[in-house]
Every structure is written in C-alpha cells, then in structure tokens.
Design a protein around this ligand. Structure first.
Ligand code: F6R
Length: 366
C-alpha cells in the first residue's frame, strides 16, 4: 500500500534515503578508495578496454544518462555520447570499435531502449545496463548490469528510480576512473566518503519543514504561465528532469534549459508571468549560473533558486536551500525539492498524481 501517504509518488520520494543507501553503500570500498560491483563486474581489464560510451534511454532514464555523461567524462575521461533510444534506432548511427552501449532503464522493458541497444550490439558494441528489474529483458540482453535497488516503483512519474540511476552512474564513473588509473585513490576515497554521508542530507530534504517549504513555493507559483528550469554542468540534466516532472504530473508547460543558452533565445520569454527555477550548487559553474539568475531578474522574471549556493539564494525571489556536498553528488540532492515542487503543484491543480493522463508506467510498444 501507500504506507500512510496520499500517493505512491510521495511515498516513493520518501523512500530515497533507503534507496540511495541500498544502491550505493555496500558497493563502496572506502579502504581501497574504490567501487566493487557484485560478481566482480567492471574489472580493471574491462574498464581499460572501453574507448567510448554510448548511453541510451528514454525520458527520465535518459536524464540520468545525461548526468552520467558529465560524470564519466569528468572522472573517467572516456568520451560519452547520449541519445534518445528512439532517435538512435532510426538514424544511421556510427559505433566505433571499443564502444560500450549503456542502457539506462527502470523497467528494463522499454521497447525503444531494447531496440536501440540491440542495434548497438549489431554494430559491434558491448552492452551494459543500469536497471531496476533483475529479470527484465534489458538485463537478460546485457553483458554487464548494475542493478538499482529502488524497489518497485508504482507512481508513473519516476522519482526514486531516477536518483538510484544517478547513484549507480556515479559509482560506475568512479569504478571506470579507478580501473583505468585516472583517479587517485585518495581523491576517490574523498568522493566516496562524501557519498557515504549523503543519507542524512537526503533526509533533511524530507522533513515536515522542508516539505512545507516546497509546498509554499508551489502555492506561490502554481498560477505561473510557464516554468523555465535552468542549470549548468551536472545540474543541467537536473533542470530537464525538474521540468519533465512538472509537465507530466501537473500538466503545466515547463522547459529545462542549459543556463548558458538563455541569452540565445529563451530570455525573450521572460516576464512576470514566468517562474524561473535555477538549480545551482557550490561548484565550478556556480558563479555563471548566479549571473544568469541576475539576468533573469533584471528582465522581470520571478526566480527560485534550488541548491547549495547561498549567494544564489540571496539574489533569487525565493530559495530552497539544499545541503552542501561534492559537486558530483549534487544532482541526487537537488532533484528532491524539484520532485516535491512538481508534486505540490499537481496537488493544487487537482491532478491524478499517480496516474497522469495519457501516460503508461512502462512503454513496451513504440
Ligand atoms: C517519467 C518517466 C518516463 C520513463 C521512461 C523510461 O517520469 O517515468 O519518462 O523514465 O518511459 O522508462 P524506463 O526507465 O522504464 O525505461
């Protein structure tokens, strides 16, 4: 059942401290400053043999894949392409020798993702998956799998499965980096220690007080004509995911955008009827995103800052502070208030939160 929550979505949002711990912590070897997957998967020889990674998925899972690209390129120094499975399978994609196709899928049964990975294999790629269902078609068709331990996800809007995918991708990036010898043991240990400390930080985003804060933001902005979610770097896909959640459960138009692309078009949309959510955590691009918040404000946009960058909070009209962590881990934390904001706006609009119109949990046909 819903465990006392009004919706599965809210229950599943609250499961995230456990889900992240289950998916990540037993795989972290702090002594070695490394990640160990069950059955010794992704060993050093395998990691060294990967020349290129092609990530494939749909929807929310693809957003996790976009975060994975930043992580794998940044930490493991492997070039990564990411594509919608539905685009990859119908163009004439090029796969170079040494390519690993990495499918990301909660259900393991998404038709486009299965077809795209089959095509990648035909073209010579090996296939790995990040998947939440152990016996699924996707897992059966993969050479290596990293299971997420999110448990069954009933709400159509993916929440805990997404953060679990991001956690798994973070582990994979660190293992690839260590296996290839491009990350020092002490640097990996630092990042993994930070990862081990994430649980109380996730919990702090789910207290009654934290929930009330997101409900307040939702109440204030539910009447906006549209929403623009902005982010940079590893938090750019978090912006895409925040916008998708709002679209799918609250039926409100929302767009995710790379903050640096604002001035190349979308800034023309800004007026007092638009709410701009900027996802900004302390890190190497924080100052840049902060400048974008200022530009939006100067044009009359209503701004909400989400993340650990306090200076952003002091500029924006409202703020959702998120605990500080390593920049690489910030997507897991920043996603949670965005899930809650979408949830509360959907609630205000009286939407059927667990079963949004026109959507199916698993898209097993095209
Ligand atoms: C959004 C959502 C969908 C799925 C997509 C892929 O909340 O749930 O966008 O992420 O249909 O599904 P899986 O991960 O099962 O391949």
């Amino acid at each position: 059942g819903k465990g006392g929550y009004p919706h599965y979505m809210l229950k599943e949002i609250h499961e995230q401290p456990d889900v992240i711990a289950r998916t990540a912590f037993d795989r972290i070897d702090l002594g070695a400053g490394d990640v160990r997957f069950e059955g010794g998967g992704f060993d050093d020889a395998f990691c060294r043999s990967v020349e290129r990674i092609q990530i494939l998925g749909c929807g929310t899972a693809l957003h996790a894949g976009q975060i994975a690209k930043y992580l794998i390129e940044g930490l493991a120094h492997i070039p990564v392409d990411v594509d919608f499975a539905s685009e990859f399978r119908y163009r004439d994609p090029r796969i170079v020798p040494g390519t690993l196709a990495l499918a990301i899928t909660q259900s393991g049964e998404t038709a486009d993702t299965l077809a795209a990975t089959r095509l990648a294999r035909e073209l010579g790629a090996r296939v790995a998956s990040i998947c939440n269902v152990a016996g699924s078609s996707q897992v059966r068709e993969s050479d290596a799998t990293i299971l997420t331990y999110a448990g069954p996800e009933i709400g159509v809007a993916s929440t805990k499965a997404f953060t679990a995918q991001v956690a798994a991708a973070t582990l994979l990036a660190i293992r690839l980096a260590r296996g290839r010898g491009v990350m020092h043991e002490h640097k990996a240990r630092q990042l993994l220690e930070e990862f081990r400390m994430i649980r109380p930080k996730i919990e702090s985003l789910l207290t009654d007080e934290a929930i009330a804060r997101t409900r307040e933001i939702a109440r204030k902005h539910a009447g906006a004509r549209g929403f623009l979610f902005l982010g940079r770097g590893v938090n750019y896909p978090v912006a895409l995911e925040g916008a998708l959640k709002l679209k799918e459960i609250a039926y409100v138009h929302a767009e995710g955008y790379a903050a640096g692309e604002m001035k190349h078009g979308p800034i023309a949309l800004i007026d007092p009827g638009m709410t701009i959510l900027a996802i900004n955590s302390v890190g190497h691009v924080a100052e840049k995103t902060r400048a974008n918040i200022e530009q939006v404000k100067a044009r009359g946009g209503v701004t909400v800052s989400v993340g650990s960058d306090d200076l952003s909070h002091s500029i924006a009209d409202s703020a959702v502070p998120v605990p500080a962590t390593d920049e690489w881990l910030s997507p897991i934390l920043n996603s949670i208030p965005l899930q809650l904001i979408a949830y509360h706006i959907a609630e205000i609009h009286g939407c059927d939160i667990d079963k949004p119109r026109n959507l199916a949990k698993s898209v097993t046909v095209e």
